[in-house]
Ligand binder design. Structure first.
Ligand code: GZL
Length: 342
């Protein structure tokens, strides 16, 4: 709710409370967190953001993007909740935003399912929900206003096409190729899309074998643990598809601990997703990582643009993809880094 309108509502409540009791002001059950701003007469757009967690470099860059954009000098009051990688925390956060009477809810849903009930509550409260990054699978698509993020399936296909081209260049396009995949958080849009996208290419190569896929939950520690188990379970792994950089960094540690090497001069081809920090580019420059499929974390300016359009009563696109490309060890990565925000 606009903070100025609330100011009037607050004055009425205050008068009623003062008249209705013996002078003792009852503290309302859910005092609004931006009460001081109201009393100072600020007219902010109040936004509640339910973030996934802080599991990866990508996530930290994404959170920084929202905190840099949704600031008071830009006309916003941001209520930020870190879901700590748990759906129930995000659902609680949304219910709190409803109680706080925010103007908009931004949700980055950790997984795609289980959102119908709480999104119904937001709709009943008249609060638009904007999805950022990951998406939801709901019975009624009108439960959210729009979604902005990456085309995860295309990211997976680009990785598959890059591998096919690389193997051809290496003269290995007829060779038996044994692949494992470190998947992200299961049922998350990024995991579902990247896995399906790579599958679309895998099925065109009869000499490629997917030995095993297992989730490393987008974290470095879990990525290392799963990769170490893959190495114990499968001999002669040729390719690792890792669905985010932090799992990749863990996998590289596990591979080196096992006395193997990865990268253009190594035993194992490493392919990763995100490119949201300098570390991924450094790994390519050090010859440990072949290719990174970019996943753009800087989504807040697009969400800001959407809210401004909604404020003007304009239509917004239901789906908005961000521009992305891949980077590999054959490129001038120093020149690329000069164009990036880190
Ligand atoms: C992708 C995003 C994923 C990143 C991971 O858009 O949802 O979640 O690829 C992050 O690094 O944890």
């Amino acid at each position: 709710m606009r903070t100025k309108n609330l100011y009037i509502v607050w004055c009425l409540i205050l008068i009623l409370v003062l008249e209705g009791c013996s002078g003792k002001k009852e503290e309302p059950e859910n005092a609004l967190l931006y009460e001081d701003e109201i009393e100072e007469g600020h007219d902010y757009i109040v936004v509640g953001f339910a973030q996934v967690g802080s599991e990866s470099d990508w996530r930290m860059a994404n959170t920084a993007s929202f905190q840099a954009t949704f600031r008071e000098e830009n006309g916003y009051y941001l209520l930020f909740e870190d879901g700590q990688q748990k759906q129930e925390n995000q659902i609680k956060a949304i219910r709190n935003f409803i109680l706080q009477e925010v103007d908009y809810i931004i949700l980055d849903p950790i997984v795609e399912t289980g959102w119908d009930a709480v999104l119904e509550e937001a709709r009943a409260a008249g609060i638009p929900v904007i999805l950022s990054d990951r998406s939801v699978e709901v019975s009624d698509e009108t439960l959210y206003t729009c979604w902005v993020g990456s085309d995860f399936e295309e990211e997976g296909r680009v990785a598959g096409r890059w591998l096919a081209d690389y193997l051809k260049k290496e003269g290995r396009d007829e060779e038996e190729i044994r692949i494992v995949t470190l998947q992200g958080t299961l049922d998350s849009s990024a995991q579902l899309g990247r896995t399906k996208g790579f599958d679309d290419i895998l099925k065109n190569h009869g000499n490629w074998t997917m030995l095993e896929r297992r989730s490393g939950d987008f974290t470095q520690s879990k990525g290392q643990e799963v990769m170490a188990d893959f190495l114990r379970t499968h001999s002669d792994i040729d390719v690792v598809i890792s669905e985010n950089d932090n799992m990749t960094f863990g996998a590289i540690e596990a591979i080196e601990k096992a006395g193997l090497t990865c990268g253009p001069e190594g035993d194992i081809i490493m392919i990763s997703f995100d490119g949201a920090s300098r570390a991924a580019f450094t790994a390519m420059q050090e010859g440990k990582l072949h290719m990174v499929m970019e996943c753009n974390p800087l989504l807040a300016p697009l969400v800001d643009e959407i809210i401004q359009k909604l404020e003007r009563g304009e239509e917004v696109e239901r789906i908005r993809y961000v521009e992305e490309q891949y980077f590999d060890a054959s490129m001038d990565l120093e020149a690329v880094l000069e164009t990036r925000g880190y």
